[in-house]
Ligand binder design. Structure first.
Ligand code: IPE
Ligand code: IPE
Ligand code: MG
Length: 251
């Protein structure tokens, strides 16, 4: 057993990203409205966020609402926004506790489409936790990877149009600098529960060399034990980054 935990520790991912999927099916399976699934999912988010930080993960990213999720019924969208608002208010109320944990809160996604009071809470939470360094928590709300890349490319095109940059000088670093995750390491491990084996427009650029861990468990049933299973699996992976030798790049 000791050996097992030692090997997990030896290859702990620096950045873990989670696609919080399966809330609707969890609720349907219990004859409950979908909003109940989201409510339970939000609780699990808080729990896994704290657990991940306690395990020493430096960056945790959670996919909460995609740019495509606006196609859902108004009522469901409103229930998700209400949960987001509750979380932000609670984060403010629990500021001291979050500071003790060293949480830096960041929100990735297009916030211009979010209700004004939510944007204001987001800005406050980001500002108040700016100086924290232990665990960065990115919450992806109205996030879509393709639009994120398009926005970055637009900024580059503007620099080219102003004559500041030559097209032949554009590098991957220029694209990276325009992403919401600029300055953060790429995710080492991406976890997706709910039985779906796809990215659904999540971190397409950043996931170039990510390891994936899929599970049939629905997000509201996800526990720290599942998180540990993903970490243990990650520790066994051989990451080669195109070379021939396995590299433990992110220890
Ligand atoms: C994830 O759960 C939450 C969001 C996408 C907002 P879903 O609501 O997609 O749950 P399923 O996939 O329908 O079960
Ligand atoms: C992905 O889940 C987005 C989030 C978890 C926020 P979806 O339920 O929207 O993904 P698809 O539609 O099944 O691909
Ligand atoms: Mg889903």
């Amino acid at each position: 057993m000791e050996e097992y935990s030692a090997s997990v520790h030896a290859a702990l991912p620096v950045h873990v990203a989670v696609i919080m999927d399966g809330n609707g099916r969890w609720a349907a399976g219990r004859g409950l409205p979908r909003s109940e699934g989201h409510r339970q999912g939000a609780k699990v988010f808080r729990q896994i966020c704290e657990y991940g930080a306690d395990r020493g993960i430096g960056y945790l990213t959670f996919y909460a609402f995609s740019t495509e999720n606006w196609s859902r019924p108004q009522e469901e969208i409103a229930s998700i926004m209400a949960l987001f608002r509750d979380y932000l208010q609670e984060a403010r109320e629990r500021r001291e506790e979050n500071e003790a944990r060293g949480f830096r809160l960041r929100f990735i996604g297009d916030r211009s489409a979010l209700p004004a009071d939510i944007v204001s809470l987001v800005e406050t939470c980001e500002r108040e936790s700016l100086h924290q360094t232990r665990t960065t928590v990115n919450l992806a709300v109205n996030y879509g990877s393709r639009l994120e890349i398009v926005a970055s490319v637009r900024r580059i095109a503007e620099r080219v149009a102003r004559g500041e940059l030559k097209p032949s000088d554009i590098t991957p670093a220029d694209i990276e600098q325009g992403l919401y995750t600029a300055g953060q390491p790429d995710p080492d491990l991406i976890i997706r529960p709910s039985g779906e084996n796809r990215l659904s427009n999540f971190l397409l650029w950043q996931a170039a060399y990510s390891e994936f861990w899929f599970s049939d468990v629905l997000w509201p049933d996800f526990t720290p034990a599942h998180f540990d299973m993903a970490l243990a699996d990650f520790a066994q992976r051989k990451r080669r980054f195109g070379g021939i030798e396995a590299v433990q790049k992110n220890i």
